[in-house]
Design a protein around this ligand. Structure first.
Ligand SMILES: C[S@@+](CC[C@H](N)C(=O)[O-])C[C@H]1O[C@@H](n2cnc3c(N)ncnc32)[C@H](O)[C@@H]1O
Length: 311
Protein backbone atom coordinates (compact mmCIF):
# COMPACT_ATOMS: atom_id res chain seq x y z
CA UNK A 1 0.00 0.00 0.00
CA UNK A 2 1.08 3.51 -0.72
CA UNK A 3 1.49 5.36 2.57
CA UNK A 4 -0.43 8.23 0.97
CA UNK A 5 -3.60 6.11 1.16
CA UNK A 6 -3.48 5.91 4.94
CA UNK A 7 -5.86 8.05 6.92
CA UNK A 8 -5.61 9.52 10.40
CA UNK A 9 -8.67 7.85 11.99
CA UNK A 10 -9.22 10.70 14.44
CA UNK A 11 -9.59 13.57 12.00
CA UNK A 12 -10.24 11.36 8.93
CA UNK A 13 -7.59 13.18 6.92
CA UNK A 14 -4.81 11.68 4.84
CA UNK A 15 -1.66 11.24 6.87
CA UNK A 16 1.14 13.58 6.01
CA UNK A 17 3.90 11.25 4.79
CA UNK A 18 6.62 13.71 5.87
CA UNK A 19 5.42 13.76 9.46
CA UNK A 20 5.18 10.04 10.03
CA UNK A 21 7.53 8.87 12.76
CA UNK A 22 9.51 5.67 12.12
CA UNK A 23 11.27 3.24 14.44
CA UNK A 24 13.55 0.60 12.94
CA UNK A 25 12.08 1.56 9.55
CA UNK A 26 8.51 0.82 10.73
CA UNK A 27 5.88 3.58 10.54
CA UNK A 28 4.41 4.41 13.92
CA UNK A 29 0.72 5.02 13.19
CA UNK A 30 -0.53 4.43 16.70
CA UNK A 31 -3.53 6.49 17.74
CA UNK A 32 -4.71 6.20 21.31
CA UNK A 33 -8.25 5.05 22.15
CA UNK A 34 -8.34 6.56 25.66
CA UNK A 35 -8.60 3.13 27.29
CA UNK A 36 -5.73 2.53 29.72
CA UNK A 37 -5.66 -1.20 28.83
CA UNK A 38 -4.41 -0.52 25.30
CA UNK A 39 -1.34 1.29 26.62
CA UNK A 40 -0.85 -1.43 29.26
CA UNK A 41 -0.93 -4.18 26.60
CA UNK A 42 1.44 -2.17 24.44
CA UNK A 43 3.98 -2.09 27.28
CA UNK A 44 3.37 -5.72 28.24
CA UNK A 45 3.94 -7.03 24.70
CA UNK A 46 6.88 -4.72 24.23
CA UNK A 47 8.57 -6.95 26.79
CA UNK A 48 6.88 -10.25 25.91
CA UNK A 49 7.64 -10.69 22.23
CA UNK A 50 5.29 -13.40 21.07
CA UNK A 51 6.07 -15.80 19.44
CA UNK A 52 9.87 -15.64 19.32
CA UNK A 53 12.36 -16.71 16.65
CA UNK A 54 14.71 -18.76 18.82
CA UNK A 55 14.70 -21.91 16.71
CA UNK A 56 13.95 -20.23 13.38
CA UNK A 57 16.99 -19.38 11.33
CA UNK A 58 15.56 -18.66 7.91
CA UNK A 59 12.41 -18.53 5.78
CA UNK A 60 12.61 -22.27 5.02
CA UNK A 61 12.65 -23.19 8.70
CA UNK A 62 9.74 -20.86 9.37
CA UNK A 63 7.71 -22.44 6.55
CA UNK A 64 8.56 -25.92 7.74
CA UNK A 65 7.52 -25.09 11.29
CA UNK A 66 4.32 -23.34 10.20
CA UNK A 67 3.26 -26.14 7.88
CA UNK A 68 3.06 -28.39 10.95
CA UNK A 69 0.12 -26.27 12.10
CA UNK A 70 -3.00 -27.44 10.24
CA UNK A 71 -4.48 -23.97 10.70
CA UNK A 72 -1.56 -22.20 9.00
CA UNK A 73 -1.28 -24.85 6.30
CA UNK A 74 -4.98 -24.58 5.42
CA UNK A 75 -4.80 -20.78 5.32
CA UNK A 76 -1.75 -20.91 3.08
CA UNK A 77 -3.39 -23.44 0.76
CA UNK A 78 -6.69 -21.60 0.54
CA UNK A 79 -5.94 -17.87 0.51
CA UNK A 80 -5.82 -16.93 -3.19
CA UNK A 81 -2.71 -15.63 -4.94
CA UNK A 82 -2.34 -11.81 -4.91
CA UNK A 83 -4.72 -11.39 -1.95
CA UNK A 84 -4.52 -8.22 0.06
CA UNK A 85 -4.28 -9.38 3.69
CA UNK A 86 -4.38 -7.66 7.07
CA UNK A 87 -2.98 -9.45 10.09
CA UNK A 88 -4.19 -7.56 13.14
CA UNK A 89 -2.07 -8.18 16.23
CA UNK A 90 0.71 -9.90 14.29
CA UNK A 91 3.09 -10.04 17.28
CA UNK A 92 6.50 -10.93 15.82
CA UNK A 93 4.92 -11.54 12.41
CA UNK A 94 5.46 -15.28 11.98
CA UNK A 95 2.01 -16.00 10.54
CA UNK A 96 2.23 -13.02 8.17
CA UNK A 97 5.62 -14.19 6.93
CA UNK A 98 4.42 -17.79 6.58
CA UNK A 99 1.61 -16.55 4.30
CA UNK A 100 3.81 -14.24 2.26
CA UNK A 101 4.32 -16.43 -0.79
CA UNK A 102 2.17 -16.36 -3.94
CA UNK A 103 2.49 -12.64 -4.47
CA UNK A 104 0.16 -11.83 -1.60
CA UNK A 105 0.35 -8.36 -0.10
CA UNK A 106 0.44 -8.54 3.67
CA UNK A 107 -0.11 -5.67 6.06
CA UNK A 108 0.75 -6.56 9.61
CA UNK A 109 -0.08 -4.38 12.58
CA UNK A 110 0.62 -4.58 16.27
CA UNK A 111 0.90 -2.33 19.32
CA UNK A 112 4.22 -3.73 20.42
CA UNK A 113 7.33 -2.00 19.14
CA UNK A 114 9.48 -4.82 20.51
CA UNK A 115 7.55 -7.51 18.61
CA UNK A 116 7.44 -5.49 15.40
CA UNK A 117 11.20 -4.96 15.58
CA UNK A 118 11.70 -8.75 15.87
CA UNK A 119 9.49 -9.17 12.79
CA UNK A 120 11.40 -6.48 10.89
CA UNK A 121 14.78 -8.04 11.67
CA UNK A 122 13.59 -11.37 10.24
CA UNK A 123 11.98 -9.73 7.20
CA UNK A 124 15.16 -7.79 6.45
CA UNK A 125 17.37 -10.84 7.00
CA UNK A 126 15.28 -12.96 4.63
CA UNK A 127 14.70 -10.13 2.15
CA UNK A 128 10.91 -10.46 2.13
CA UNK A 129 9.38 -7.58 0.20
CA UNK A 130 5.63 -8.05 0.51
CA UNK A 131 5.06 -7.92 4.28
CA UNK A 132 4.58 -4.34 5.44
CA UNK A 133 4.67 -3.69 9.18
CA UNK A 134 2.97 -0.83 10.99
CA UNK A 135 2.51 0.04 14.63
CA UNK A 136 -1.23 0.53 14.79
CA UNK A 137 -4.12 0.10 17.21
CA UNK A 138 -7.06 -2.11 16.13
CA UNK A 139 -9.41 0.51 17.59
CA UNK A 140 -7.93 3.20 15.35
CA UNK A 141 -6.99 1.58 12.08
CA UNK A 142 -5.57 3.93 9.44
CA UNK A 143 -6.44 1.83 6.37
CA UNK A 144 -9.18 2.65 3.84
CA UNK A 145 -12.57 1.03 4.47
CA UNK A 146 -13.55 -2.13 2.51
CA UNK A 147 -9.89 -2.63 1.60
CA UNK A 148 -8.73 -6.16 2.49
CA UNK A 149 -9.58 -9.52 0.88
CA UNK A 150 -8.66 -11.36 4.06
CA UNK A 151 -8.34 -10.23 7.69
CA UNK A 152 -6.77 -12.50 10.28
CA UNK A 153 -6.55 -11.80 13.98
CA UNK A 154 -5.30 -14.72 16.00
CA UNK A 155 -5.11 -14.63 19.79
CA UNK A 156 -5.57 -10.87 19.97
CA UNK A 157 -9.12 -9.63 20.48
CA UNK A 158 -9.46 -11.36 23.86
CA UNK A 159 -6.61 -9.15 25.13
CA UNK A 160 -8.40 -5.91 24.19
CA UNK A 161 -10.84 -3.91 26.33
CA UNK A 162 -13.74 -4.83 24.04
CA UNK A 163 -13.34 -7.86 21.77
CA UNK A 164 -16.70 -7.37 20.10
CA UNK A 165 -16.10 -3.77 19.13
CA UNK A 166 -12.54 -4.63 18.01
CA UNK A 167 -14.13 -7.22 15.72
CA UNK A 168 -16.51 -4.59 14.29
CA UNK A 169 -13.55 -2.26 13.64
CA UNK A 170 -11.83 -4.98 11.62
CA UNK A 171 -14.96 -5.74 9.59
CA UNK A 172 -15.09 -2.08 8.49
CA UNK A 173 -11.88 -2.63 6.53
CA UNK A 174 -12.88 -5.95 4.96
CA UNK A 175 -14.11 -5.96 1.34
CA UNK A 176 -17.55 -7.41 0.58
CA UNK A 177 -17.01 -11.17 0.07
CA UNK A 178 -13.77 -10.85 2.04
CA UNK A 179 -12.87 -13.50 4.60
CA UNK A 180 -12.30 -12.82 8.30
CA UNK A 181 -10.52 -15.32 10.56
CA UNK A 182 -10.62 -14.77 14.33
CA UNK A 183 -8.85 -16.90 16.95
CA UNK A 184 -10.11 -16.51 20.53
CA UNK A 185 -9.86 -18.07 23.97
CA UNK A 186 -12.76 -20.38 24.59
CA UNK A 187 -14.87 -20.19 27.75
CA UNK A 188 -14.74 -23.97 28.39
CA UNK A 189 -11.60 -24.86 26.47
CA UNK A 190 -9.73 -22.57 28.84
CA UNK A 191 -11.07 -23.98 32.11
CA UNK A 192 -7.97 -26.10 32.83
CA UNK A 193 -5.70 -23.17 31.95
CA UNK A 194 -7.68 -20.96 34.35
CA UNK A 195 -7.15 -23.52 37.12
CA UNK A 196 -3.42 -23.55 36.36
CA UNK A 197 -3.40 -19.73 36.43
CA UNK A 198 -5.02 -19.82 39.85
CA UNK A 199 -2.54 -22.37 41.22
CA UNK A 200 0.54 -20.63 39.83
CA UNK A 201 -0.59 -17.21 41.03
CA UNK A 202 -1.47 -18.56 44.47
CA UNK A 203 1.42 -20.93 45.15
CA UNK A 204 4.09 -19.34 42.98
CA UNK A 205 6.47 -20.56 40.32
CA UNK A 206 7.13 -23.87 42.08
CA UNK A 207 3.77 -24.92 40.58
CA UNK A 208 5.06 -24.46 37.03
CA UNK A 209 5.33 -28.24 36.65
CA UNK A 210 1.55 -28.39 36.09
CA UNK A 211 2.09 -26.88 32.64
CA UNK A 212 3.82 -29.39 30.33
CA UNK A 213 5.54 -26.63 28.33
CA UNK A 214 7.95 -25.91 31.14
CA UNK A 215 9.34 -29.45 31.02
CA UNK A 216 9.76 -29.38 27.24
CA UNK A 217 12.99 -28.73 25.44
CA UNK A 218 12.27 -25.07 24.70
CA UNK A 219 14.57 -22.08 24.99
CA UNK A 220 14.36 -20.02 28.19
CA UNK A 221 13.11 -17.03 26.19
CA UNK A 222 10.29 -19.12 24.73
CA UNK A 223 9.31 -20.37 28.17
CA UNK A 224 9.42 -16.82 29.53
CA UNK A 225 7.11 -15.55 26.74
CA UNK A 226 4.67 -18.41 27.33
CA UNK A 227 4.76 -17.91 31.10
CA UNK A 228 4.07 -14.19 30.95
CA UNK A 229 1.50 -14.40 28.16
CA UNK A 230 -0.46 -17.20 29.79
CA UNK A 231 -0.08 -16.49 33.48
CA UNK A 232 0.55 -12.76 33.88
CA UNK A 233 -1.32 -11.18 31.00
CA UNK A 234 -2.88 -7.87 32.09
CA UNK A 235 -6.27 -8.91 30.68
CA UNK A 236 -8.06 -11.73 28.94
CA UNK A 237 -11.65 -12.57 28.07
CA UNK A 238 -13.18 -15.86 26.98
CA UNK A 239 -15.81 -16.46 24.35
CA UNK A 240 -18.21 -18.99 22.85
CA UNK A 241 -19.33 -20.10 19.42
CA UNK A 242 -22.81 -18.55 19.74
CA UNK A 243 -21.42 -15.29 21.01
CA UNK A 244 -19.26 -14.93 17.89
CA UNK A 245 -22.18 -16.05 15.68
CA UNK A 246 -24.01 -13.01 17.11
CA UNK A 247 -21.04 -10.73 16.35
CA UNK A 248 -21.20 -12.08 12.80
CA UNK A 249 -24.93 -11.37 12.51
CA UNK A 250 -24.59 -7.84 13.86
CA UNK A 251 -21.80 -7.05 11.40
CA UNK A 252 -23.20 -8.61 8.20
CA UNK A 253 -20.79 -11.51 8.28
CA UNK A 254 -21.91 -14.87 6.97
CA UNK A 255 -20.71 -17.84 9.02
CA UNK A 256 -18.31 -20.07 7.06
CA UNK A 257 -16.54 -22.45 9.40
CA UNK A 258 -15.02 -22.92 12.82
CA UNK A 259 -12.12 -24.85 14.31
CA UNK A 260 -12.56 -27.23 16.07
CA UNK A 261 -16.38 -27.25 16.05
CA UNK A 262 -17.25 -27.54 12.35
CA UNK A 263 -13.80 -28.64 11.30
CA UNK A 264 -13.01 -31.67 9.21
CA UNK A 265 -9.40 -32.41 8.31
CA UNK A 266 -10.21 -33.16 4.69
CA UNK A 267 -12.30 -30.05 4.03
CA UNK A 268 -11.26 -26.56 3.16
CA UNK A 269 -11.73 -24.11 6.04
CA UNK A 270 -13.09 -21.45 3.68
CA UNK A 271 -15.95 -23.66 2.45
CA UNK A 272 -19.28 -22.92 4.06
CA UNK A 273 -20.57 -25.24 6.77
CA UNK A 274 -23.98 -25.09 8.45
CA UNK A 275 -24.20 -23.27 11.79
CA UNK A 276 -24.42 -25.86 14.55
CA UNK A 277 -27.66 -26.07 16.52
CA UNK A 278 -27.72 -24.88 20.14
CA UNK A 279 -27.67 -28.48 21.41
CA UNK A 280 -24.90 -29.72 19.14
CA UNK A 281 -22.65 -26.84 20.07
CA UNK A 282 -23.45 -27.04 23.78
CA UNK A 283 -22.16 -30.58 23.90
CA UNK A 284 -19.10 -29.89 21.75
CA UNK A 285 -18.19 -26.84 23.81
CA UNK A 286 -18.64 -28.66 27.10
CA UNK A 287 -16.29 -31.49 26.05
CA UNK A 288 -13.61 -28.98 25.06
CA UNK A 289 -12.80 -28.84 28.79
CA UNK A 290 -11.40 -32.37 28.60
CA UNK A 291 -9.71 -32.13 25.21
CA UNK A 292 -5.96 -32.72 25.60
CA UNK A 293 -5.08 -30.39 22.73
CA UNK A 294 -7.11 -27.58 24.25
CA UNK A 295 -5.51 -28.23 27.62
CA UNK A 296 -2.03 -28.07 26.06
CA UNK A 297 -2.67 -24.99 23.92
CA UNK A 298 -4.57 -22.99 26.52
CA UNK A 299 -8.12 -23.29 25.14
CA UNK A 300 -8.55 -21.80 21.75
CA UNK A 301 -11.07 -21.72 18.89
CA UNK A 302 -11.20 -20.09 15.48
CA UNK A 303 -14.22 -18.62 13.70
CA UNK A 304 -14.24 -17.90 9.98
CA UNK A 305 -16.75 -15.64 8.24
CA UNK A 306 -17.39 -13.84 4.98
CA UNK A 307 -18.59 -10.25 4.57
CA UNK A 308 -21.94 -10.05 2.86
CA UNK A 309 -22.44 -7.89 -0.21
CA UNK A 310 -24.83 -5.03 0.45
CA UNK A 311 -27.44 -4.45 -2.22
C1 LIG B 1 -0.87 -13.29 22.27
S1 LIG B 1 -0.18 -12.17 21.15
C2 LIG B 1 -0.59 -12.99 19.64
C3 LIG B 1 0.41 -12.71 18.55
C4 LIG B 1 0.17 -13.48 17.25
N1 LIG B 1 -1.09 -13.12 16.64
C5 LIG B 1 0.25 -14.96 17.49
O1 LIG B 1 -0.76 -15.66 17.27
O2 LIG B 1 1.29 -15.44 17.88
C6 LIG B 1 -1.32 -10.80 21.17
C7 LIG B 1 -0.84 -9.62 20.31
O3 LIG B 1 -1.92 -8.70 20.16
C8 LIG B 1 -1.40 -7.38 20.18
N2 LIG B 1 -2.49 -6.45 20.52
C9 LIG B 1 -3.22 -6.41 21.66
N3 LIG B 1 -4.11 -5.38 21.61
C10 LIG B 1 -3.94 -4.79 20.40
C11 LIG B 1 -4.54 -3.65 19.76
N4 LIG B 1 -5.49 -2.92 20.37
N5 LIG B 1 -4.11 -3.29 18.54
C12 LIG B 1 -3.12 -4.00 17.91
N6 LIG B 1 -2.51 -5.08 18.48
C13 LIG B 1 -2.91 -5.46 19.71
C14 LIG B 1 -0.31 -7.47 21.24
O4 LIG B 1 0.61 -6.42 21.15
C15 LIG B 1 0.30 -8.85 20.96
O5 LIG B 1 1.40 -8.79 20.09
Amino acid sequence: MNLDDLVNPINKQKLDRDNIEYFFGIPNLYFDDEKPLTATQSEFYNDVKFPNYDDIEDFGTLLEKSSKSIFVKKLDDEIPFHSNILEAGCGTGQLSIALSRYNRKIHSIDLSKGSLIEAKKFIDKTDIKNVQLYRMNIFNLCFPRNYFDVIISNGVLHHTHDAKSAFAKLVDHLKPNGIIVIGLYHKYGRVVQNIRQYLIKTFGEKMKFIDKRFSENLSERKKYAWFKDQYYNPYETKHTYNEVINWFKENDIEFINSIPFNFNLNDKITIKKPILSKYEILLKEFFLMFDSRQIYEGGFFVMIGKKKEKF
